[in-house]
Design a protein around this ligand. Sequence first.
Ligand SMILES: Nc1ncnc2c1ncn2[C@@H]1O[C@H](COP(=O)(O)OP(=O)(O)OP(=O)(O)O)[C@@H](O)[C@H]1O
Ligand SMILES: [Mg+2]
Length: 259
Amino acid sequence: MNSATNSLRGEQIALSFGGIKVLKGLDVEFRPGEITGLIGPNGAGKTSLFNCLTGAYIPQQGTITYAGHSLDGLSPAARAGKGIVRSFQHVALCPDLTVNENVMMGVARNYSAGWLNAFLPLPRGRKEREEMKRAAEAALTDLGLPDVGDKMPGELPPGMQRLVEIARAVVGKPSVLLLDEPAAGLNNSETRDLMKVLRKLTSTDLVMVVVEHDMDLVMSICDRIYVLNFGEIVALGAPEEVRTNPEVVRIYLGSDDDE
Ligand SMILES: Nc1ncnc2c1ncn2[C@@H]1O[C@H](COP(=O)(O)OP(=O)(O)OP(=O)(O)O)[C@@H](O)[C@H]1O
Ligand SMILES: [Mg+2]
């Protein structure tokens, strides 16, 4: 299958709030088999673009397609059903569920009984619950968190909560993985581990997009990088090209508040 076939594309995406243009007619293509970076200063529109791709925001203009099929009009849940999943800039775990149960929510779409039914005392529900539990434990182990499944999220330090959130995003074997600042709140060694995990996750049919302010992470794991500023794409290229692009240098040197 040609690599462009299973791309996630946005064409002419425009979004505004109360007359303020947040995205100004963007064209993007996120390809399978690659990690694409999405960088830019605070308020550039990175999270808003993710929200449009996942269906949380409905752009006033433009079209979003995955594998050549339009996603326009599909709810976030319907898009998740197609394997389009994201992690959030601000950790969004359910505080009343254990860590393992939180991660299980990310795999439920792969099971016919669903997440709630897995808790009913029916034989099929029990079997599916066991399988989901094992998948969740494996995802946590892959992220270096083998022994925290029975804890409540609030008992974990922020860096670990972030990794749990990523485990929930990857456990269901997504086809499109959108990570919004996955390294925020992680210390250096957790960030290094995360980079290894993300690299290991790449496969020929996974579209992975990473929004990140940690330039070392972006430059070392991404194949291509889009640079967004004030709702417009100002650069696209391999890490080296982007790093030396005069417009990008100007944007980053000109603003001190993009950490
Ligand atoms: N729901 C909303 N209502 C009004 N304005 C919004 C909304 N969502 C985003 N915006 C505005 O859109 C602009 C882009 O915000 P966005 O969160 O997409 O930026 P970002 O690039 O993710 O920034 P950061 O790096 O700080 O996370 C900002 O000016 C923000 O205030
Ligand atoms: Mg953001």
